[in-house]
Design a protein around this ligand. Sequence first.
Ligand SMILES: NC(=O)c1ccc[n+]([C@@H]2O[C@H](COP(=O)([O-])OP(=O)(O)OC[C@H]3O[C@@H](n4cnc5c(N)ncnc54)[C@H](O)[C@@H]3O)[C@@H](O)[C@H]2O)c1
Length: 385
Amino acid sequence: MSRHVISLSMGNRGFPLGDYFGRRMRSAGVSGLLISKDEVIRFVGECMQKVGTDGNYSNIVAHHLMTADYRGHFSHGMNRMPMYVRDIESKRTDPHGVPKIINDFQATALVDGKNGLGQVIGKFSMELAIKKAETFGIGMVSARGSNHYGICGYYSLMAAEKGLIGFTCTNASPLMVPTRSTTPSLGTNPLSLAMRTDKSDEFVLDMATTAVALGKIELAITKGQDIPEGWAIGANGKTTKNAKEAYDTMKLMPLGGAEENSGYKGYGLATLVEVLCGVLSGSHFGKNIRKWKADDRIAHLGHCFMAINPTVFAPGAGERLGQLLGELRGLPTPGDGKVLVAGDPERIAMQTVDSQGGIRYHQNQIKICDDVAQKLGVPPLKPVA
Ligand SMILES: NC(=O)c1ccc[n+]([C@@H]2O[C@H](COP(=O)([O-])OP(=O)(O)OC[C@H]3O[C@@H](n4cnc5c(N)ncnc54)[C@H](O)[C@@H]3O)[C@@H](O)[C@H]2O)c1
C-alpha cells in the first residue's frame, strides 16, 4: 500500500524494562502515549503469535490494525486485538484457516475463508478480485466462512493503489435496529469505495451504515465521554447519550437516525450490504449472525470485494475525479472549515502521525494493551523516546 507502506519487519524487541517504564512515566498523561507504527506492528504481531497465529498471518493482522489507527480509525485498530485473541483462544477462529476458492467463474469467484482470520481472507479475496480486474476489466469475489475483517478502506485501497476502483463491504453481528423496530437485526454493515486520481489524490469512502461504528461507542466509554443523540437506543427505547448504556443495550440506529431524519436510508444501505455479503456468499446473515462478542458459535461472516478497471470505460476518469474533488474542496463555506471529501480526514490523521513520529494512543487504550501484554507474556508497547 504505497502511501502507508511500512516495513513489516518485527524490530524493536528485547528492550530493557527500566528504560520502558522511564519513558512511559515521561510521556504518559491525559494525552496518552506516542507509539511508532513499527512498534504497533511488533506488538500486535507478537500477541497474535502467542495465541498460535503464524508469522505471516500475524503480520497481515498487525499491518491492518496499525493502518486503521494510522488512518485515525482507533475503533478498529489495536482496540480490536483483544477480541481476535479471545476468539482464537476460545477456538471460534482458526488462526491457521487458509482461504480456498470453491467457485471460480471468469470475473467472479466464491471463497471459503475456512473460519480463518478476517484480514487474511480479506487480503486474499481482494488480491483475487484485482487479478480478475486486470484480466476482465472487473473482478468480483464473494467470501464466506470469515471473521471480523477490520476496516473496509484497507481493501478498497489495495485496488485503488493499482489504478483500479476498489469496493468492499461486510456483514457483521446484529446491532442495528431497522427503522420502526427495536430488535437488532442487521450489522453495522460497513462499505468502502476508493479511487485515485491521475495525480494520486484519492476518494476513499469508508463508512458503517449505522450512524457510527460500535467501536466509537467503546472508545467513548474508554475516554469517559457522552455520545451524540441519534447514535443508539437506550434502555427506555429512546435515544441515549450515555455511552455505557448504549453499549449495554447494543441497539445502534441506522445512518440518518430516526425515521423522520431518513434513517430508513441507512437501514436500506445495510440491507444492500447484506444482499452482497450474506445472501450472495451463503454465510450467516442478518439476525442469524452470532451476537457481538458472543463466542457460543463461529461467526461465519460474509464479505464482498470488487475491483474495476476504469480504463475499460471512457478515457480520462482519473483526471475527471481530480477535477471533481478539487471543485468540491474549493466550494465556499459560511464558516472557517473547508469542505472535505471522503478520505481527507484520514489523510489529515496520517499527516499528524507522520509529523509527530508515531500514533498517539489514549492512556486507557495503552492500559488495555498492557493487560493483554501481561496476560500473554509479550513485552508491552514501547513509547517513542
Ligand atoms: N469490520 C466491521 O465489521 C466494521 C463495522 C463497522 C465499521 N467498520 C470500520 O470502522 C471505520 C469507521 O467507520 P465510521 O462509519 O465510524 O467512519 P466515519 O464516520 O469516521 O467516516 C466515514 C466516512 O466519512 C468520511 N468523512 C468524515 N468526515 C467527513 C467530512 N467532514 N466531509 C467529508 N467526508 C467525511 C471519512 O473519510 C469516511 O470515508 C471504517 O473504517 C469502517 O470500515 C468496520
